[in-house]
Design a protein around this ligand. Sequence first.
Ligand SMILES: Cc1cc2nc3c(=O)[nH]c(=O)nc-3n(C[C@H](O)[C@H](O)[C@H](O)COP(=O)(O)O)c2cc1C
Length: 214
Amino acid sequence: MNTLLIINSSPRSNSVSRRLTRHLAEEWKAKHPDTRVLERDLTAEALPFVTEPWIQASYTPPAQRTPQQQQALALSDALIDELMMADVIVLGVPMHNFSIPAPLKAWFDLVARVGKTFSYGDEGPKGLIASDKRVVAIVSRGGVYDDGSASASSDFQVPYLRHMLRFLGLEDMTVIAADKQGFGAEAAQQSVDRAIRKLSALAEHFPSPTAVAA
Ligand SMILES: Cc1cc2nc3c(=O)[nH]c(=O)nc-3n(C[C@H](O)[C@H](O)[C@H](O)COP(=O)(O)O)c2cc1C
């Protein structure tokens, strides 16, 4: 049985990215009924920021950790286990101030763990999460940030996602964008409709999702 993990990070109930992650989950379930769908809503629970005790615990070898240090890492362990269990990871990511929402940044900080999800060696950093997992990043934004557009250099959202996921070992990321959400109702809806068509194709053609990225 495959596991699809959905990670939502929009604070809005009428959210575009939530609507799109829900659409993908429904289509995926319909096409692949043996899929287990898990959801982690990063706005339903306030994730803690990393603290000094957390950092000390994460750099202490597991066998030497005190019960307090094990406790400090418990949520991070649970989030990493969830990630390791997933075959497909679907990120719902609104653009906030040219980057990702703060709860998703807090999530990345908790799942980036030395010796567990990344390591450093002679050849630099190495991601430790199995690279055969697929990531679908559904991004929603007010403006347009396509390559070659006037705002492309202001996009700290998709490049950050790509960089962090690669850092953890996840090389296969497909981006589906619903842009122009601030360009009036018609342009916004057209962009959502286009994203919905791409997501339906992606669910249909799994396991070749990168084919619909263009
Ligand atoms: C706090 C906040 C910051 C935003 N910053 C940007 C931004 O920097 N660039 C942009 O194009 N849109 C920005 N937007 C617009 C959102 O990206 C857009 O409304 C998107 O649809 C939000 O996704 P959601 O509907 O899933 O919440 C911002 C919206 C909010 C609420």
